[in-house]
Unconditional design. Structure first.
Length: 402
């Protein structure tokens, strides 16, 4: 039953990835149709991100109160309804208003499912979970381009995606009783209890103890690693093509193809990593991925074709880091706090996605796009230092305990 149920979770993550890539692919048509400026897409994106951050922060408490299954069902209803609303929106203000439930639903699903898989399934499922998000993010533009090309309608594209989401709502509703049943039958795959964790607070269900999560040894450094991981992933995705065109004299079409290969490296890397985790632990994979990503960052400084290889190498290196860090959360910091902490990690991750790419845009505007490799490398190094600092702190806690 648990094996069948994980397929439902994978489907949910595919549906989570589809809307994430939909706005960008549809905006060249939506903008003129709505009479909006090119930059207005950034406003919509920030509204979605704001809702995502808020729901991620609240997800831990909500999961504890009403359960992962209900959170996923309610959140999927929000996103399906918002997408259908996008298709019927008569004006820009409606798009802004509907971006709120779209972000709230997406953030809650993301945090809740990551927590559920971290607690109830092995590491390879976490890697494959995020691989399926990449599949969804790839499907979104394909669906939109089909409806724009064949029916000359971005609204039909949003309607089609909303139908997919509502189909998932029906599946989630039917399988709602299975969530607790599967969790109860499976032996937790990750982590010890909070009492068994070294260097953390003892189990205490009082409200006061919940306010001290950020004081747990290594938590702050982990959050910094999440901030810069998502920041560098999004920065390369947003500005990589501009750098290849502006600093490396590529055509826009060729540059877009190489950025696609970068995302392909992340998706393929997570698929492969899922198999490797059956023999190698998360700590080794995270460290190996960081070293590979930093090596790729250094290669961006080199002439052709090394910088192109570096771009793909960064994608492959990033692949195991995010799912690996998430899956380690109950092990490192205790299951009693994992739901809330994964919500915090999601919120900080989305903050990095929201703030760091525009920060580089400001820097590039004031200086030059040629600084792209330097900034990317700096983000990667900060991420690696933060993640390694967590390992050192937790090793120190173990030594003190002994």
């Amino acid at each position: 039953m648990a094996s069948i149920f994980i397929i439902i979770i994978y489907l949910a993550f595919i549906s989570l990835g589809i809307p994430d890539s939909l706005l960008g692919s549809a905006w060249p048509v939506i903008g003129p149709d709505m009479g909006a400026s090119f930059g207005f897409a950034g406003i919509l994106s920030m509204v979605v991100a704001g809702g995502t951050i808020l729901s991620s922060l609240a997800s831990g408490s909500l999961v504890q109160r009403i359960g992962t299954g209900k959170i996923t069902l309610i959140s999927c209803c929000l996103t399906a309804g918002a997408l259908l609303g996008f298709a019927a929106s008569p004006s820009l203000i409606w798009l802004v208003l509907l971006a709120i439930p779209l972000g709230l639903g997406g953030g809650a699903i993301d945090a809740a499912l990551n927590h559920y898989v971290a607690e109830n399934y092995k590491a390879h499922h976490m890697n494959w979970l995020h691989c399926f998000w990449g599949l969804g993010a790839t499907i979104g533009p394909i669906i939109m381009s089909y409806y724009i090309a064949k029916h000359d309608s971005w609204r039909d594209g949003y309607t089609a995606v909303s139908i997919i989401q509502f189909t998932l709502v029906i599946i989630l509703f039917v399988t709602l009783p299975l969530w607790k049943r599967v969790a109860a039958k499976k032996e937790p795959q990750s982590g010890t209890t909070q009492e068994e964790r070294v260097g953390t607070e003892p189990v205490d269900n009082t409200a006061n103890s919940k306010t001290r999560i950020l004081q747990i040894r290594g938590v702050k450094q982990t959050l910094i690693a999440f901030l810069f991981y998502c920041g560098v992933e999004a920065t390369i995705g947003l500005w990589g093509a501009s750098y290849l065109v502006g600093a490396r004299d590529m055509t826009a079409e060729t540059a877009a193809g190489w950025v696609s290969l970068y995302y392909g490296g992340i998706t393929l890397g997570r698929l492969i990593t899922g198999f490797i985790t059956m023999k190698v632990n998360n700590k080794v994979l995270i460290r190996s991925g960081q070293i590979m990503a930093v090596a790729g960052g250094l290669m961006l400084l080199l002439p052709s074709p090394f910088f192109l290889v570096g771009l793909i190498l960064i994608g492959l290196g990033l692949a195991p880091i995010y799912p690996g860090l998430l899956h380690e959360t109950p092990t490192r910091f205790g299951r009693v706090h994992s739901a809330k902490l994964i919500g915090y990690q999601m919120a900080v991750a989305y903050t990095g996605t929201t703030l760091l790419p525009p920060l580089f845009g400001i820097i590039a505007t004031q200086t030059s796009i040629v600084l792209f490799p330097v900034i990317v490398l700096a983000f990667l190094v900060i991420m690696m230092i933060s993640a390694e600092r967590v390992n050192k702190l937790l090793r120190g806690a173990t030594s003190l305990d002994r």
